[in-house]
Design a protein around this ligand. Structure first.
Ligand code: FCB
Length: 782
């Protein structure tokens, strides 16, 4: 077997954190932490406080060489400062000794988010004093364990602690203040610096910090990292990168805040909390940088978008979704963004030693009596390890890989819902059972590498093909639905057995929690003049009803209605959403797609997003109309166009312009809003400005009808001395005298494609946009 090996001595292991696994929150004198009640579930977690020996044995059995754990500050200092709880120190001493005895190197993190409640009461991280208290705490722990723990991490993911804890308030202590968030960030950095000094004074061999990394990309860059960006998108990317990454990297490694971030900090929090000399303290020599990577951040410029409270200063930046595979957390899986990240760190901060201190995934595991099957997790880790290996070959200095995480645990605000462990924990009994991924990881460690060709696993498709049924049917059978006939069930189960298929998240998500309801969301008032709408609604409704779905019609006309619709999707009251039609400046589609509910759009979305859509080829239709006018000898062609915030009208203008340009002509424009009255006004304006005009192309047929009226009023004969062409409303265009030449939209075809697209999305298939041809219909008016 060919092995893709890692460098000799590469360190394999796992990471955990105190609050997430220990339990024993009031055992042996531990004080309360800010997380004890915040999670909303009892903080018994995995009872690791009492079962640590079993857990060390588990790691030993899996062959792990390193274990990163965190020390619980309130276990050492129940009041945050002052009186030391000897029993707390004893616990970590026992843990470290057990690790060393098992041949596992301890990596200790001093702060993984569980601030003593007593310090929160005294101001928490927004208060400078907390940094000093941290240094005292670091000295106390190092004095006891420094002879056995070589490598210390001060703080874990200070961005999350500061901005999710104090900006969005999703994490403890649940504050929502940009000023508190920026001050917390600075004091966490200061705590690192002061803590590092204390650790060194106590003889620590190596001091590092752990940061969270989410390479910031636009949706289009996710598939092509080198894609050039518009100025606006580049600015949006840089702004988020400064907040999440450079805010911490630059003070730690360069002793300064990034110049582009300082004004943002100043605007939200002032700079009074940054004292002279602080940054020199922060920039202690760093022996090791811990890199936590799960998923990229996908953003793009979007004027008018409100700032996300976790990212103060992010107004005008839209956080976007991308149609990649996601974990159960909804986090896009983009392994090669890890290579991108490591390449960047190697280039920008040369000489720095790195360690992957967290990487892993939440998936819904298949728990059976004969084992816990988690193919998705194996695949996730394997793909990330391949990306990591590539980076190492390119020259990144990476000491090791610590998977997040050993045990299913208490995932902060998400409680026990999330399963990140290699080892399954039954929280009723605290029984631990290694999942398939744990056994697979053990083999990776043993080989110090990956098998060269990833073994081909049977998929839902393979089973469906073997059993000669659809993917949805396979999914129903493996999910135990009763709606399948016994014969079909038997043949599917037979195929499952023969192929050794293990159901994964895709299979399960096809049928779980189905409501058989689909929301049809309309932004009607804005587009009342669009003739397409009623027809599409009628067709889509009957097609989806024919497929057994109930339709809920929802109107998106106010900000409140947008929020209501998003909440409806978040609560999973619908299986899917059809949204029509998007306008510029409208981010409902993005917000909906972030809920994870399958979504399809009628019309190309206004901001670049990879949500699938159905569109008529407006560009080609407008070009054909314009070319027809040119072919019939017209040269002085005006266009009445609008409203300009509709994507479809923008496209019609683009097609018109392109055709004129090819003929060496320049456009003459007047703006309307698709209504008849606006057509009369706009055409009147064009005819007034350019009496020599010989043709008018209207972006809509109602506007064209208005233009006919304006022509008559101006004494122009149609088509003899003025040709008029409309767009999109074949019925209205047939009823005029003379009948209008127009561009026919494939209404029924669009509705059909939309319904099909949604049904495929509901089956879990990935889908591409559909653009349908339009057709020029020539009548008397041109
Ligand atoms: C990281 C945290 C860790 C865990 C994972 C999923 O941000 O450091 O405790 O919650 O995410």
């Amino acid at each position: 077997m060919n092995i893709a090996r890692f460098p000799e001595g590469f360190v394999w292991g796992a990471s955990t954190s105190a609050f997430q696994i220990e339990g024993g929150t009031s055992a042996d004198g531990r004080g309360p932490s800010i997380w004890d009640d915040f999670a909303g579930v009892p903080a018994d977690a995995c009872d690791h406080y009492h079962r640590y020996r079993d857990d060390v044995r588990l790691m030993k059995d899996l062959g792990m060489a390193a274990y990163r754990f965190s020390v619980s500050w309130p276990r050492i200092l129940p009041e945050g400062a002052g009186k030391v709880n000897a029993a707390g120190l004893d616990f970590y001493e026992r843990l470290v000794d057990a690790l060393l005895e098992a041949g596992i190197t301890p990596y200790a993190t001093l702060y993984h988010w569980d601030l003593p409640q007593a310090l929160e009461v005294r101001g928490g991280w927004p208060a400078r004093d907390t940094a000093r208290r941290f240094a005292d705490y670091a000295a106390i722990v190092a004095a006891r364990l420094g002879d056995r723990v070589r490598t210390w991490f001060t703080v874990n993911e200070p961005w999350v602690a500061a901005f999710v804890g104090h900006g969005s308030g999703v994490h403890a202590p649940g504050r929502r203040s940009a000023a508190d968030a920026f001050r917390s960030a600075h004091h966490l950095l200061l705590a690192h610096g002061m803590g590092a000094q204390a650790l060194r004074a106590a003889g620590a061999a190596e001091v590092g910090a752990v940061l969270n990394f989410s390479p910031v990309l636009t949706p289009a860059q996710v598939g092509d990292f080198d894609r050039p960006l518009s100025e606006e998108d580049a600015e949006a990317v840089a702004r988020i990168d400064a907040l999440v990454h450079r805010q911490f990297l630059d003070p730690l490694l360069r002793g300064a805040y990034p110049a582009d971030l300082l004004p943002v900090i100043e605007e939200h929090a002032g700079l009074g909390h940054v004292h002279d000399g602080d940054l020199a303290v922060v920039a202690q020599p760093l022996d090791l940088l811990g890199v936590n990577y799960y998923t990229p951040a996908v953003v793009q410029a979007q004027p008018g978008e409100a700032a996300d409270p976790a990212f103060p200063g992010s107004a005008g930046v839209l956080f976007s979704t991308i149609p990649t595979a996601v974990t159960a957390m909804g986090w896009p899986i983009v392994p090669n963004a890890l290579s991108l990240l490591l390449r960047r760190l190697t280039r920008e901060y040369p000489g720095l030693e790195l360690m992957l201190t967290e990487n892993g995934a939440d998936f819904v595991d298949t728990v059976t009596p004969d084992g816990i099957h988690d193919v998705d997790r194996v695949q996730f880790i394997e793909e990330h390890l391949r990306a990591l290996r590539t980076s190492i070959q390119e020259g990144a200095n990476v000491r090791g890989y610590l998977v997040w995480t050993l045990l299913d645990n208490l995932e902060w605000a998400d409680g026990h819902r999330r399963k990140f462990g290699l080892v399954h924990v039954d929280f009723e009994t605290q029984r631990r059972r290694p999942k398939d991924s744990a056994l697979w990881y053990r083999d990776v460690i043993r080989r110090n590498g990956l098998t060269e060709v990833p073994p081909k696993r049977p998929t839902l498709e393979t089973v469906a093909a073997r059993a000669r049924v659809s993917r949805a049917t396979v999914s129903r059978v493996v999910n135990g639905e009763t709606s399948v006939s016994p014969e079909v069930r038997a043949s599917v189960l037979q195929a499952v057995k023969e192929l050794g298929y293990v159901p994964n998240a895709a299979a399960r998500s096809l049928v779980t929690r189905r409501t058989d309801t689909v929301a049809l969301v309309l932004s009607v008032p804005r587009n009342a003049a669009d003739p397409l709408l009623p027809a599409v609604v009628q067709y889509v409704t009957s097609l989806l009803e024919g497929a057994g779905k109930q339709i809920t019609l929802m109107l998106a006309d106010t900000a409140e209605s947008h929020r209501r619709i998003v909440r409806h999707a978040e609560a999973r009251l619908v299986d899917g959403v059809v949204l029509l039609p998007p306008e510029r400046g409208d981010t409902l589609a993005e917000h909906l797609s972030r809920t994870g509910v399958p979504l399809v759009l009628l019309g190309r979305p206004p901001v670049s997003s990879l949500v699938p859509y159905v569109e008529a080829d407006n560009v080609a239709g407008a070009a054909a109309a314009t070319e027809h006018l040119l072919a019939t000898g017209r040269r002085r062609i005006g266009m009445i166009c609008g409203p300009m915030d509709l994507v479809a009208t923008q496209d019609r203008l683009a097609g018109h312009r392109a055709a004129l340009e090819r003929a060496g002509l320049r456009p003459r424009l007047a703006i309307g809003d698709l209504t008849r009255a606006s057509g009369t006004a706009a055409a009147g304006q064009l005819l007034g400005d350019s009496p020599d005009l010989d043709a008018i192309f209207a972006a809509g047929d109602q506007m064209a009808i208005g233009a006919l009226r304006a022509a008559r009023a101006a004494g122009r004969r149609v088509p003899d001395d003025l040709a008029i062409v409309g767009f999109g409303d074949i019925d209205a265009a047939s009823a005029t005298t003379p009948a209008l030449t127009t561009v026919r939209l494939p209404v029924a075809e669009q509705a059909l494609a939309l319904a099909r697209l949604l049904l495929s999305r509901l089956e879990g298939r990935s889908t591409a946009p559909v653009v349908l041809p339009t057709r020029l219909v020539v009548r008397e008016s041109a």
